[in-house]
Design a protein around this ligand. Structure first.
Ligand code: GLY
Ligand code: MN
Ligand code: MN
Length: 430
């Protein structure tokens, strides 16, 4: 792991919160992700299953966490099962967690090797009545592949057909949506690393550079700062490419006079940052670019003010739509007739701003979190309005990450990342 060790108090707290929602005589199981094979003997870098990480801090493949608060044997209230290392693994793959290190990382005292799982688990299941399975119920999930968790659920149901089943996901969505102070610190670190990357490329971008060269500059800065890289595939789109919402080819030349959209965030300790800045390739905004940019900045600032406890996500989006409508009228992109005749299900502003304004951010970039109940202090949201005008080859989005506070406006984790037109121009020309 490149990141500094995280205090196990965070994971101890997270488990205590989770188990407080479990039914009597119930057991919960969390499996790590598989390692994804690309072909032959090559694999993608391992990414830990985020719930397992949230509850244990274990960042290693072939790991299982079992929570059984009502276990008769107190030692079995929390158990980690880990891959046992050996000389071969030590030489070919390097260090894996020892039992002592696993306890230090997670705060879990009972550690078994994975080969003991079936025997130990069978014994626990004879005491348990209800089993919590960790299915993925994210509102945007679309996973076709069978995960390690899915395989476990299948085999567990076949072996223990008389138990009752519950789902962990509702509990996790509620918990992971409200961040602990330690998590906010980790996310602040991720945002600070992103800031370094952005400041670096402000000195680098000029007409003629390739989008992938900018991607490389970000990656350089991220790795230097203990991030393993991008929190999500970066979007580095100049000119018309900025109007393609999920443009990830990043393979074109940045041309004089074009704007360059950078939707780029570093991860740190598996936590995401999610930034968008849009800058002029030649270091100077034209009047038109500045007008569109400042309209979006106003929308972002007004939207941010609404992110307070009690706000409903759906209502918030409607309000942001109204602000955007007025800015688009001001820019002459839509007119009053468009608004008068608009379809309430697809308002006129959607022609130029067709995506959402905010999503939860955390261990996943589009993180878990309650969306139908009022917002709460400790939730972290992005704020990311944009205007996309393909006929002008102009796409601008501005995105910050903010923490909802008990009182007042949210705290902006990206408050130090240059955003004003003058600031960006000064830095690009210094
Ligand atoms: N970078 C992904 C998003 O902004 O939602
Ligand atoms: Mn983004
Ligand atoms: Mn985002």
């Amino acid at each position: 792991m490149k990141y500094h060790p995280i205090s196990n108090q965070l994971f101890i707290k997270n488990r205590a919160k989770f188990t407080s929602f479990m039914k009597p005589k119930s057991i919960a199981i969390f499996n790590s992700n598989d390692i994804f094979i690309t072909g032959a003997d090559s694999a993608l870098p391992f990414e830990q299953q985020r719930d397992l990480f949230y509850l244990s801090g274990v960042d290693q493949e072939e790991s299982i966490l079992v929570l059984f608060p009502d276990s008769i044997n107190k030692e079995n209230k929390e158990i980690l099962f880990l891959k046992e290392t050996n000389e071969h693994i030590a030489i070919w793959e390097g260090e894996k967690l020892t039992k002592e290190q696993a306890t230090k990382t997670s705060g879990v005292k009972t550690i078994y090797w994975l080969q003991d799982f079936n025997k130990v688990f069978y014994d626990l299941m004879t005491e348990a009545e209800t089993v919590y399975f960790n299915t993925n119920e994210h509102y945007r999930q679309s996973v076709e592949m069978e995960t390690r968790e899915d395989r476990f659920i299948k085999s567990c149901k076949a072996k223990f057909p008389a138990h009752k089943w519950e789902k962990s996901n509702q509990i996790l969505q509620k918990l992971r949506g409200v961040k602990e102070p330690e998590e906010i610190d980790l996310m602040q670190t991720a945002c600070n690393i992103t800031e370094k990357g952005f400041r670096r490329i402000l000195q680098f971008v000029k007409p003629g550079v390739m989008e992938y060269e900018i991607e490389a500059e970000f990656m350089h800065e991220f790795l230097w700062n203990r991030s393993k890289g991008f929190a999500y595939t970066p979007i580095i789109g100049s000119g018309f490419n900025a109007c393609v919402l999920h443009y990830i080819q990043n393979n074109k030349e940045c041309k004089d006079g074009d704007m360059l959209l950078l939707d780029v965030g570093a991860e740190y300790a598996n936590y995401s940052s999610d930034m968008t800045r849009t800058i002029p390739v030649n270091g100077r905004f034209t009047d038109r670019q500045k007008a569109v940019y400042n309209a979006i900045l106003r929308v972002k600032n007004e939207a941010t003010k609404m992110l307070t406890p009690g706000t409903y996500w759906a209502e918030y989006h409607k309000e942001v739509g109204k602000i955007m409508t007025s800015e688009l009228l001001g820019l002459g992109l839509i007119d009053k007739t468009d608004v008068k005749n608009e379809d309430p299900n697809w308002p006129a502003y959607k022609k130029y701003f067709m995506h959402g304004t905010s999503h939860h951010l955390g261990l996943d970039t589009h993180d878990y979190g309650a969306l139908k109940t009022p917002m709460q202090a400790g939730m972290v949201f992005t704020v990311e309005p944009g205007i996309y005008i393909p006929e002008e080859s102009l796409g601008i989005r501005i995105e910050d990450d903010v923490v909802i506070q008990q009182k007042g406006e949210p705290f902006n984790l990206m408050k130090n990342i240059p955003i004003e037109v003058e600031e960006i121009e000064d830095l690009m020309n210094s």
